[in-house]
Design a binder for this molecule. Sequence first.
Ligand code: NAD
Ligand code: TYD
Length: 335
Amino acid sequence: MRLLVCGGAGFIGSTFVRQRVREFGDEVVVLDKLTYAGREENLKDVADDPGFRFVHGAIEDARAVAAAMEGSRPVEAVVNFAAETHVDRSIAEPDAFVKTHALGTYVLLEAARERSVRYVQVSTDEVYGSIEEGSFTEESPLRPSSPYSATKTGADLLVQSYFHTFGLEALICRGSNNYGPYQYPEKLIPLMILNALHGDALPVYGDGMQVRNWIHATDFARAIGHVLEHGEPGEVYNAGGPDECPNMEVVRRIVQYAGAEESLIEHVTDRPGHDRRYSLSSQKARALGWEPRVRFAEGLEQTVAWYRANRWWWEPIRSGDYRAYYERQYGRALA
Ligand code: NAD
Ligand code: TYD
């Protein structure tokens, strides 16, 4: 298949592109704005593949989208990963979230409609809000609580409207919290790994008993590919990981795998409006033939090993603007 992958230079997008090119033999065009989170280095394994093309541009820019979709061989489907993805940044500066998720998704949907190509929107369990017990299904009400999740919800509703109103072959795949190689170290797991490896403090928000449903990025990428190939237009598919874990336990395991000291753990002020627990039921995606392959304990240990072995990847981040971001967010300098 010939795919346009928007946001393909980010964490999950690049995992998906690597998988589609190497395992499925797809031709891929990546359209990416290269925000702080997007890096061409993430695509270096496929950059020389004859079927691969990179276009630097934003999804809210209709001309960039047209240039990416047309080329010498027009694409047959669009998969949209492009997003601002960090809840804390959406609390500090929501504007880019509104622009990319609302306007960007609209421009992409129009381009897909004009060319009658299949469209998959990559979404999140955060659109359902927090759940104390049990798991969210695709029928659960949408109750987002942060500017990140609220704007992602808006994008999902717009996608559904293009199916209902215009008959666009649009599908949505909602994942739970992802982890694995190439994740930007503002998110819990890579942040704690790099801080633990450097002997920096490990900032746990509030009591640290918030629960997340962890999925390895290769499993989520496979779910999105599966929905793209086998999903029913107009439908939503949840893709949750096989394990749930409270943040404190995640951090303790990272300390252990990194060979650091538990005394580095520090409880800091809680995130405003912090969702207590996320949990997804993936029965519908499983009925379609997908299931996650990586258990959390094994995946987390491998992820710690990857960060330990791939200094080339994170060194430029930790020595760049990220230092200033970290100081603003946590009120302390990195080692
Ligand atoms: P990321 O922050 O690592 O990457 C986002 C990518 O999108 C970057 O390459 C960035 O440059 C690009 N981008 C941002 N704005 C853009 C724009 N306007 N035009 C073009 N490109 C733009 O994010 P990620 O963790 O890989 O998440 C990818 C998708 O998966 C997002 O839609 C996110 O909501 C969803 N998701 C993420 C998680 C998670 O735990 N990380 C879980 C479920 C769903
Ligand atoms: P995060 O990786 O930002 O993902 P999300 O907010 O989308 O679930 O955070 C995961 C959990 O870890 C969340 O409960 C917030 C918490 N957290 C901390 O305790 N300390 C941190 O420094 C960060 C970044 C997150």
